[in-house]
Design a protein around this ligand. Structure first.
Ligand code: ZN
Length: 550
């Protein structure tokens, strides 16, 4: 439907609603029903539409900057807690652009909090940065073609979100400086999101205490936003370690006690119990230590579980069942269950109605990117390769119904994101931007294919336009922030209060993935993107776009 460039659509839309009578949203934006006190209506700032139009133009002019960030972080291909190159790269850009950066926050070497500006509102822009194991993939090639066999890669698309936020932040900062607008912009990374490993710690260490609104972005195949309870789950990620006794496995097996037996019996116990767990739960595990060699009875063995459910209480229940089964396995094998480790956690997500509505208005103004024939050819070839419906790329904004999505009614479970923890501490939304291809499995090489191509670049630019416009709305209309807090206090958290899933003794699991990255980093370095020599990463790799099976 939208065949004109996104920027033109945006300006046409802005021009159309520029008449003050038509753009006054305050009448329709009533305070939530459960409000304790009436909240001031939003007063339109006469500068808002003009400045938002300028911000869109500024973002459009920064598209090479955006593309270089998307491509660079793709090429680093770093796993959670080991995002060293990505961290350095982002911090350097932020500093160069006038941000003050606190590095290594919450005891996490690859986490930071960058700040620019002063006063209210304080707006915190976040997005994840880590990749997926085994997802190495040549971009722009519509079949499995690893760059490095077995290496990590951006098989979800977390290489694109910081480009969205930094582009928006820098564009808006320029306007705020010129117009002398009060307000503070923070930029922070969702470090180790694939391990849901950090955001609860950011909250615990007080990094969101003075934040007015958290604007999160996540890659998707749509330009969309939602409010209320989200589909999916929260989780706790727990490692169980058993200690037994070594012995010669053939010479004197009766002298040994096998920790691996305990791990296996725990898994068998859990899998029998699974039949009697609610259908909307999810649980899975990997054995992280299965012993040393067969002729030595394993003294130590560990298994790592994700317990997912749709509410905090039910996550705790699952966790309790896991602990009980682990104790049973230790008893059966006469081994000891060590103190458990929480390696990650996430609350179920709930997004703010007011911020989502504001974002949605801007999404409609920006519209979808204009996809080229080459973009569609890549998307359809990949969908064919995977046996998915050959639908190509999304053409209209919004969720599956093309609209702003409200609270999920029938939550059948699914994935998690530790943005959930932040969403229960400050008004938060996640903007999903269209840098990926519909119909993919997720956490897979296929999800990396578009992520350093024009699809990802255009999707990130569209996302940055929406972010920039929404920041300006929040800066210029303080009543929006008040309304967001009214919803947060009087609707969202009226009955449900945040309690962290991490325990006081838990610490970020910063050693995770160190060995894998150690193994692949020198090989990966050969493929780091060099924007000083190549316009795009595809050009550097010498890939014809798109490369599809004939
Ligand atoms: Zn993600």
């Amino acid at each position: 439907m939208r065949r004109t460039p996104a920027s033109l659509v945006a300006f046409a839309a802005i021009a159309m609603i520029a008449a003050p009578s038509a753009q006054n949203e305050s009448n329709s934006r009533v305070a939530p029903a459960a409000s304790a006190a009436p909240v001031k209506p939003v007063k339109e700032d006469p500068r808002a539409e003009r400045l938002k139009g300028e911000a869109v133009k500024e973002v459009e002019s920064m598209k090479d900057f955006t593309q270089q960030m998307v491509d660079s972080i793709f090429s680093f291909a770093e796993l959670g807690f080991q995002e060293k190159e990505t961290h350095r790269y982002l911090v350097d850009i932020l500093k160069k652009n006038g941000f003050t950066v606190q590095e290594g926050i919450a005891g996490i070497p690859t986490a930071f909090m960058a700040t620019w500006g002063s006063g209210k509102p304080v707006i915190a822009l976040g997005s994840d940065i880590d990749g997926i194991p085994q997802a190495s993939q040549k971009p722009g090639v519509a079949y499995h073609a690893p760059m490095i066999e077995g290496a990590p890669g951006h098989g979800e698309g977390h290489n694109s979100g910081q480009a969205v936020n930094l582009t928006a932040a820098i564009a808006v900062k320029k306007l705020m400086e010129r117009e002398k607008l009060p307000g503070t912009i923070r930029v922070w990374p969702g470090t180790a999101e694939e391990l849901v490993g950090t955001k609860a710690y950011f909250v615990r260490e007080g990094f969101f205490k003075d934040v007015d609104v958290a604007m999160f972005t996540h890659v998707g195949n749509e330009l969309a936003v939602s409010w209320g309870d989200r589909e999916g789950t929260g989780l706790v990620s727990v490692e169980y370690t058993f200690t037994g006794q070594t012995a010669h496995s053939a010479g004197a097996p009766w002298r040994g006690r096998s920790a691996l037996d305990a791990v296996e019996l725990m898994n068998i116990g859990w899998n029998y119990r699974r039949e009697h767990l609610p259908l909307d739960h999810r649980s899975h595990y990997v054995i992280t230590n299965g012993g040393d060699q067969p002729n030595v009875v394993p003294r130590k063995a560990s298994v790592w579980y994700y317990f997912r459910h749709t509410t905090y209480e039910r996550i705790k229940e699952l966790w309790g069942i896991g602990d009980q089964i682990a104790k049973g396995a230790a008893m059966m094998t006469n081994t000891e269950l060590e103190a458990t480790r929480v390696l990650g956690s996430a609350w179920p997500q709930h997004f703010n109605k007011i911020v989502a509505e504001t974002t949605w208005t801007n999404i409609q103004k920006v519209g979808m990117p204009e996809w080229s024939d080459a973009d569609q050819k890549l998307a359809k070839a990949l969908q064919k390769e995977l046996g998915s419906r050959e639908q190509g790329l999304s053409l209209k904004v919004g969720g599956t119904n093309g609209d702003l999505q409200g609270p999920v009614r029938d939550n059948r479970g699914g994935g998690s994101d530790d943005i959930g923890d932040i969403s229960w501490n400050v008004p938060t939304v996640t903007l999903r931007f269209p840098s990926n291809i519909p119909g993919l499995p997720g956490h897979n090489w296929a999800n990396a294919i578009s992520m350093a191509t024009p699809i990802a670049h255009k999707g990130a630019t569209a996302g940055a336009k929406v972010q920039a416009m929404t920041i300006l709305d929040l800066v210029l209309k303080p009543a929006l922030v008040d309304q967001a807090w009214d919803y947060f206090k009087n609707v969202q958290t009226k009955e449900i209060k945040y309690e962290p899933l991490i325990r006081p003794q838990d610490r970020p699991a910063i050693e995770l993935n160190a060995a894998i990255m150690e193994r692949y980093r020198s090989e990966l370095k050969k493929y780091y993107y060099d924007p000083s020599r190549y316009k795009t990463y595809l050009e550097q790799l010498g890939i014809t776009y798109p490369t599809v099976k004939q």
